[in-house]
Design a protein. Structure first.
Ligand code: DSN
Length: 417
């Protein structure tokens, strides 16, 4: 960063400090990941200079021959990776991708049936605080009060009663396998479209560590930066019949010039995810989540749904007399960063919460395995059992820092096929 250091030392310093933070702490935020150097290089490249409104070979600017190559590669790689008929790689974020699907096939006021935000859904699935809940008439299914699992009977009953135009499946804090076929059957029964938002699990799907929704859903949306380990951004997969609607809704409907540097980085991410090593990575994420979950369960922690099938799980701290907010703050001071999270039927506000969400994409990227999860569980328990002991937090942060030295933050990922 020699030029940046010279031009803007303040920004350079903040980046360097962030690098230290990422290096010296154990990050268990389920929606974050550390990209490869190759992804970062594409993202920070001169493709950032180029305007390319339109699509490959149909641009509104001259000089797009090289960005066309990059976007075409990104599209083809994503289609191959997810076995999809069509792909649009231009959405800047997961929320925009979801909005693009809705605006392609819904009219304002049409009905959406999505997962309740406080049961693990997402704002863009029709939550009242999001425009998706204002433009459309939205309804929400949740999890069962007994099992905390998605209540498919409730989904079916609601769908029969409400006749939504689209059913949305996908979640940001649901730890169990989603039965996409069951959602398809419900959608078919009531004549609804089906959208699967796989932002959290896209990397697991690519690694065959979670079933794919592609054979069942009319639309699949996802971000690229979570388990898929690419740059910040998103893409949409759909059946061929919706291809032109999706493309024209993304551009010119919702966005102007696409970020060609990010699209190039998405292409790199898809190439990395086609590699056999990525399959192992995806499977290890799940093994690590299960190991950490079991270790905490063994120490008396209440796990929402009892276990995990994917990259994350929620810990209900009610029986420990701790809020999610206090737990997350204490852990961060001890070098372990995660987020507070509402649990289903939470009695605390979303800012306080009764739970924490724990995810293993980053620790797995760093090469940690099940034995490391035992160590991390020990630290989590130690800190949460003494949550106001600042001396212990400092001592643990030093131990975490030392531990992290064995796990480099930028492992080389082979580009081999
Ligand atoms: N903010 C993301 C998460 O943390 O799950 C969802 O968009």
């Amino acid at each position: 960063m020699s030029a940046l250091m010279k031009t803007d030392p303040e920004i350079a310093q903040s980046i360097l400090r962030e690098e230290e933070r990422e290096k010296n702490k154990i990050i268990l935020i389920a929606s974050e990941n550390y990209t490869s150097q190759a992804v970062l290089e594409a993202q920070g490249s001169i493709f950032s200079n180029k305007y390319a409104e339109g699509y490959p070979a149909k641009r509104f600017y001259e000089g797009c021959e090289f960005v066309d190559q990059a976007e075409s590669l990104a599209i083809e790689r994503a289609k191959t990776l997810f076995k999809a008929e069509h792909c649009n790689v231009q959405p800047l974020s997961g929320t925009i991708a979801n909005l693009a699907v809705y605006l392609s096939v819904l009219k304002p006021g049409d009905r959406i049936l999505g997962m309740n935000l406080s049961h693990g859904g997402h704002l863009s699935h029709g939550a009242s605080a999001s425009f998706t809940g204002r433009i459309f008439e939205s309804f929400h299914y949740g999890v069962s009060r007994d099992t905390y699992l998605i209540d498919y009977d409730e989904v079916r009953d609601m769908a029969r009663k409400l006749s939504p135009r689209i059913i949305v499946t996908g979640a940001s804090s649901y730890s169990r396998t989603i039965d996409f076929k069951r959602f398809r059957d419900i959608a078919d029964e009531v004549g609804a479209l089906l959208m699967a938002d796989i932002a959290h699990i896209a990397g697991l799907v690519a690694a065959d560590a979670h079933p794919s929704p592609v054979p069942y859903a009319d639309f699949v949306t996802t971000t690229t930066h979570k388990t898929l380990r690419g740059p910040r951004g998103a893409f949409i997969l759909c059946k061929k019949e919706y291809a032109s609607k999706i493309d024209s809704t993304v551009f010119p409907g919702l966005q102007g010039g696409p970020f060609m540097n990010i699209i190039a980085a998405k292409a790199v991410c898809f190439r990395e995810a086609q590699n056999g090593q990525f399959k192992q990575y995806g499977q290890q994420i799940v093994k690590n989540a299960q190991a950490l979950c079991d270790a905490l369960k063994g120490k008396g922690y209440e796990i929402v749904t009892g276990t995990t099938d994917n990259h994350l799980f929620l810990v209900d701290l009610t029986n420990r007399g701790l809020t999610g907010r206090d737990a997350a703050r204490a852990l961060d001071k001890a070098g372990i960063t995660l987020n507070k999270n509402v649990i289903p039927f939470d009695t605390q506000s979303p800012y306080v919460t009764s739970g924490i969400r724990i995810g293993t994409p980053i620790v797995t990227t760093r090469g940690m395995k099940e034995d490391a999860m035992q160590t991390i569980a020990g630290w989590i328990d130690l800190i949460l059992s003494n949550s106001s002991d600042e001396t212990l937090q400092k001592k643990t942060a030093a131990e975490v820092r030392e531990f992290c030295r064995a796990y480099p933050i930028r492992p080389v990922i082979s580009s081999g096929e």
